[in-house]
Write a protein that binds this ligand. Structure first.
Ligand code: 0T9
Length: 405
């Protein structure tokens, strides 16, 4: 990106001033129109499996430590999609749409790995929490997880991710618990924001292996952008390094045996591993709760730069949501999540959380969200609750002209 245009300088510096004093809820940030994205955060779950063959590869490895390495490799290969793909394609990171409660994003990948299916659902609005489930039944590989963000401002926007992912291969009765990286935004003052990752994350498995991934960026220890060092070791024996992976998550990384002596056993090059595009149903065939259908008019407004349309169309969604919440209160019930349920005393966190410091108590996302197989299979995606009722008298709220939340 080339930074802010002369025309947008004023609104950008006003925005920078406003974020210097914001509260921590990213969705409450009022951003200038040119930084708004027409993609909802509920879509971001798809970044986990844009390379289906790398996702399913662990299922075909019989040695558990090599399997753990393949899971680590897959995780590292998703980072570029998760954190850099938007700023690559569009020049800059943009502010995603804040999903409404019950918003869905459903799709599948079809390629050499067969069919890989995705469901993503906004399971909470206050605080915003997205849950997802990805499966490739043919290869017997499953991923599920949920996530929320907590932001703070100090020099720039700093984002702590709350939640985790669970990768499982039932054939080996094996589960991997994956933590999510904290991040900050760089390039903010120049009007060309992009993500840099910080600190450490872990992947720990029921077969007794743990990977620790240490992120660093430019100006930090290693010096180059988007760098990391990962080590894989038997859980609890950090010094007995089995593999070391080193490189840049946006470019390429190398895998070494042990603690990086000798030459690498594999080089992964992000550039030579093109993604498989996700297929989603045409808008007319989508459920009214599906993201792209629900936001289509807002997206059109963003596309044409018409902020009056954006404001009015967002207001329709907000009004409908308030009506639904009101009706639920009156009837003494809560919104029924389509695919996920809260898990009490979660077994996975109990078993795998302690070695990597993950506890359910620390997971402040309104609880631990798990894919509910029974719910999902009983489902017919037919809308009992249309998203848009006929306009009512409550339909008055409109955000300040020219800037929309
Ligand atoms: C889960 C991911 C997450 C969501 C995004 C922080 C961020 C919203 C959350 C964490 C995905 O698995 C991975 C990738 C990118 C994260 C986003 C990057 C970002 O900037 C946004 C926040 C809400 C903003 O849009 C702040 C505004 C900023 C772009 C300057 C205008």
């Amino acid at each position: 990106g080339g930074g802010v245009s002369a025309q947008n300088k004023g609104s950008w510096s006003a925005f920078l001033k406003s974020i210097a004093s914001f509260s921590g809820d990213l969705s409450s940030l009022t951003a200038p129109p040119f930084i708004l994205s027409s993609t909802s955060l509920v879509e971001f779950s798809s970044y986990w499996a844009e390379h289906p063959s790398i996702f399913v590869a662990p299922a075909h490895e019989t040695d558990p430590k090599k399997r753990a390495l393949l899971v680590l490799k897959w995780f590292l290969s998703t980072l570029k999609q998760q954190y850099a793909s938007r700023s690559e394609k569009f020049g800059n990171e943009k502010k995603p749409l804040n999903p409404f409660l019950g918003e869905l994003f459903i799709g599948k990948w079809e390629d050499a790995a067969g069919t890989t299916e995705l469901v993503s659902e906004q399971v909470s609005h206050h605080p915003p929490v997205t849950a997802y489930h990805i499966q490739n039944k043919e290869h017997g590989v499953y991923l599920e997880g949920y996530n929320a963000q907590k932001a703070s401002f100090s020099t720039t926007i700093n984002v702590k991710q709350i939640g985790h992912a669970v990768f499982s291969i039932p054939a080996y009765n094996e589960t991997f618990l994956i933590t999510l990286p904290n991040l900050h935004i760089e390039g903010l003052v120049f009007g060309s924001p992009f993500v840099e990752l910080n600190d450490k994350t872990y992947i720990t498995s029921s077969s007794g292996y743990t990977a620790k991934i240490d992120y660093s960026g430019k100006g930090w220890l290693s010096g180059s952008k988007n760098s990391f060092v990962a080590t894989l070791y038997p859980t609890g024996k950090e010094r007995d390094t089995l593999y070391t992976v080193k490189g840049r998550w946006t470019k390429s990384f190398e895998i070494f045996e042990g603690s990086k002596k000798g030459s690498s056993i594999e080089v992964y090059d992000a550039e030579s591993n093109p993604i498989t595009p996700l297929k989603v149903a045409p808008l007319e065939e989508q459920d009214s709760m599906e993201s792209r259908r629900a936001w289509r008019s807002v997206a059109a407004g963003i596309g044409s730069g018409d902020m009056d349309v954006v404001g009015a169309e967002k207001a329709k969604i907000e009004v409908r949501q308030r009506e639904l919440r009101q009706k639920e209160r009156e009837e003494g019930r809560t919104w029924e999540r389509r695919y996920f349920s809260l898990s009490e005393n979660d077994k996975i966190l109990k078993e795998l959380g302690p070695p990597i410091g993950v506890t359910p108590e620390e997971d402040k996302t309104g609880g631990v969200w798990r894919y509910d197989e029974a719910k999902a299979s009983a489902l017919t995606l037919k809308s009992e609750t249309p998203l848009f009722l006929t306009p009512t008298s409550t339909m008055t709220k409109q955000t300040t002209k020219g800037s929309v939340q």
